[in-house]
Design a protein around this ligand. Sequence first.
Ligand code: SAH
Ligand code: SF4
Ligand code: F3S
Length: 449
Amino acid sequence: MSNSYSFEVINIKGKAYIRTYGCQQNFADSEKICGILTLLGYTIVYNDDDVDLMIFNTCAIRENAKDRIFGNIGALKHKKLKNPKLRIVICGCLTQQRDIAEKVKKTFPFVDLILGTNQLNSLPELLAGLFNGSKHGVILSDEDEPIAENLPVVRDSKYKANISIMYGCDNYCTYCIVPYVRGRERSRSAAKIMEEVKSFYYEGCREFLLLGQNVNSYGKGTDVNFNRLINYIDNIPGDFIINFMTSHPKDLTKELIDTIADSKKISYRLHLPVQSGSDRILEAMNRGYTRREYLELINYAKSRIPGLSLTTDIIVGFPGEDYADFSETISLMKEARFDSAYTFIYSKRPGTKAAELPDYVSEEQKSIWFRELLSVQSKIGEAALNGYVGQTLRIFCTGKGRSDEKLLTGKSRNGFIVDFPGNDEKIGSFVNIKIIRALNWALIGEEIK
Ligand code: SAH
Ligand code: SF4
Ligand code: F3S
C-alpha cells in the first residue's frame, strides 16, 4: 500500500466488505476504495457475514447488470435488520445516473449513502462521516472532479497491478452509457504513471494493466501520447509484462503496432472491440471505422507481431440490424479468427442515441443470432487453443491453478491462461511451460527446466 495520501487516521475498528460489478476500471476504483478504508482503520474482508460496512461499486452497462444489482441491494435489508450498526454504501456508474440514485434512495431506505463515480477525492471524508453517524442520502457531483492522485490502494494481487491512465470517454458510441456516467476524457500525467509502475515493481509486481475506456487517445493534444507512454514504460529496467485495455480501432495507429512488435515487455494480446461486421451498423453505432479498415489493421498487426492473440467485443441486435448485417458479423469473425470474443445482446440504455432508434427484431430472434455467434466463435477459439499444444510458452506465475487447486496458474505474453504442476515458490516468477493439452478456456502444461 502506498501511503502518501495525508488523511487523518481515525482508526475505526471494523470490518468492511466491498462488492464490485462491471469492468476493470471499476475494479481499479475498488482497490482505491479499499486503500482508503484501510487507512481509516477498517479491515477488508471477503465474506459479507457480520460486517460493519458494505459497499457496492456498481455498473450500468446493460439492463441485466442493473437488475442484478437491484436484486442484491434488496437482499441487504435483512442484514440491516439483524445488525442496525451496519452501514451500506452504493456507488459507481449505476448511481451516477441521478434518476437511478433517487430510485435507490426511495426503494431501499436502509441504504446510508449513495455516490456516483467522480468522488474518489472526497471519499475519505464521506466514509469517515458515515462512521461518525451522519446520514447523507444521495451525493452526486455533476462536474468531473480533477483526477484523484496519491490515493492509497490495496491491490487484489501482489503480482498484478491495475493502473488507470485515463478516465472518462468522449466517443459517444450510440449504444453506450459510459460517457454519461464516467464523464469527459481526462488523462493522468505520464510522470505519475511511471512513478506508480516503478514503485509497484519494487513491491514485487510483474504484470501491469494500463486502463482507460480508449487508451489509444491517452494524452490527446499533449506531447506524450499512448505510443510514447507505453514506450517509456517498456524502457523501465526489469522483467515484467505490460497489458493495456481497451483499444479503439479508430485510434489504434500502425505506429503503436510497431511499438508493440519492437518492445521487450508489451503484451502480445490485443483486445480490439469490433462490435459489428456491417458498415451500416458500424456507422449507426458511431464507431468511426469500416469493416475493411478494421480488417486491414488486424492484418497489419498479425504480420508485425509474432504470436499475436486477438480478442474482441461484439454486440448482436443493435436497433435496425437485420440478418444480412448479422451475417457480415459472422463472416468477419471467421476472417479475423479471434482467440476469444465477449459477445452481448444489445441492451437499450435510456439517454443514449440508440435508445431513440426503432428496433424491429424480437428478443427471441436476437437470442437465436446470439447462439449462432457463440457456436461459430467457440469452434474458432477451441482451434486456437489446440494450436498451442506442443509449443513452449513463457509464463508469469501468479498463484494457484484455476482448473485445479493442486496446479499453479499464470499467463503467457499473449494472454493465455496456463495451469501447470509446481511448487508454490514459483509464484511471482517467470517459468517456461510446454503445453500438453488444451481445455476450452485455458492451457495445461509442464515446466521445462
Ligand atoms: N471502452 C471499451 C469498452 C466499453 S464497455 C470499448 O470501447 O470497447 C464493454 C463492452 O460492452 C463494449 O465493447 C460493448 O461491446 C458492450 N456494450 C456497451 N454498451 C452496450 C449495450 N448498450 N448493449 C450491449 N452491449 C454493450
Ligand atoms: Fe462506450 Fe464507445 Fe466509449 Fe467504449 S469507446 S466506453 S463503447 S462510448
Ligand atoms: Fe460498467 Fe461503468 Fe465499467 S458502466 S462497464 S463499470 S465504466
